[in-house]
Design a protein around this ligand. Structure first.
Ligand SMILES: O=C(O)c1ccccc1NCC(=O)[C@H](O)[C@H](O)COP(=O)(O)O
Length: 212
């Protein structure tokens, strides 16, 4: 299972979190976020990382040109679209950045809203389901109604996000089987400052599940 730790801002934390077991690190490229990082900060955080770690840039409602420039200059391997991007936008981005994984995030409001994801299946590589919050786009610590996802089986691989913590992750995974999980505020001291003890506890709990 892929494990993404999102909202990294400090190079030394990116290395430590990768060593603890993360398969993907997320960098917030949304200027209004308290976890926002510049291209130079992403470069510094990515430089010491092993090649096999996915480096995901999170964008929302911005231009193809800006995403392209950020990916090319920083060395990101994946783009997560966390706003209201349409399928056509995803297609255009895919054509602009061949070989870069396109992840479309949905902030799920209802069971009906989940049906929207089918419209994207030909234009993206991966889905991410996050909780809906009326004022904030992401990193909110709000959980989704997991029962709503028990029958969810899209044609693309998918990440579960939204309010996941070392304490609730095993409950979530006992109910649903995503291809990956994504955590941010649940493993933080403050926005952008990850709590390495909590990250270590997350991986210890995940190991317990795979061994048991
Ligand atoms: O984290 C942010 O500050 C953020 C801001 C704007 C758009 C997206 C953002 N985060 C996206 C993520 O992928 C988070 O990991 C996801 O929302 C889960 O966050 P949390 O509920 O805190 O685990």
């Amino acid at each position: 299972m892929r494990v993404k730790i999102c909202g990294i801002t400090q190079p030394q934390q990116s290395v430590a979190i990768a060593s603890l077991g993360a398969t993907a690190l997320g960098f917030i490229c949304v200027p209004t976020s308290p976890r926002y990082v510049t291209i130079a900060q992403i470069q510094a955080a990515i430089a010491p990382l092993p090649k096999n770690i996915d480096k995901i840039g999170v964008f929302a409602n911005t231009s193809i040109a800006l995403i392209e420039q950020t990916v090319v200059e920083s060395g990101l391997t994946s783009v997560q679209l966390h706003g209201n991007e349409l399928p056509e936008f995803c297609l255009e981005l895919r054509q602009a950045l061949p070989g870069v994984e396109i992840i479309k995030a949905f902030r799920v409001r209802s069971r009906e809203h989940l049906q929207q994801v089918a419209e994207y299946s030909n234009y993206i590589d991966t889905l991410l389901l996050d909780a809906y919050h009326p004022q904030q786009l992401g990193g909110t610590g709000q959980t989704l109604d997991w029962t709503m996802l028990q029958q969810f089986s899209p044609s693309s691989p998918w990440f579960l996000a939204g309010g996941l913590t070392p304490d609730n992750i095993l409950d979530a995974l006992s109910m649903i089987r995503p291809d990956g999980i994504d955590l941010s505020s649940g493993v933080e001291n403050a926005p952008g400052d990850k709590d390495l003890h909590r990250v270590a506890r997350l991986f210890a709990n995940l190991r317990m599940k795979s061994e048991g």
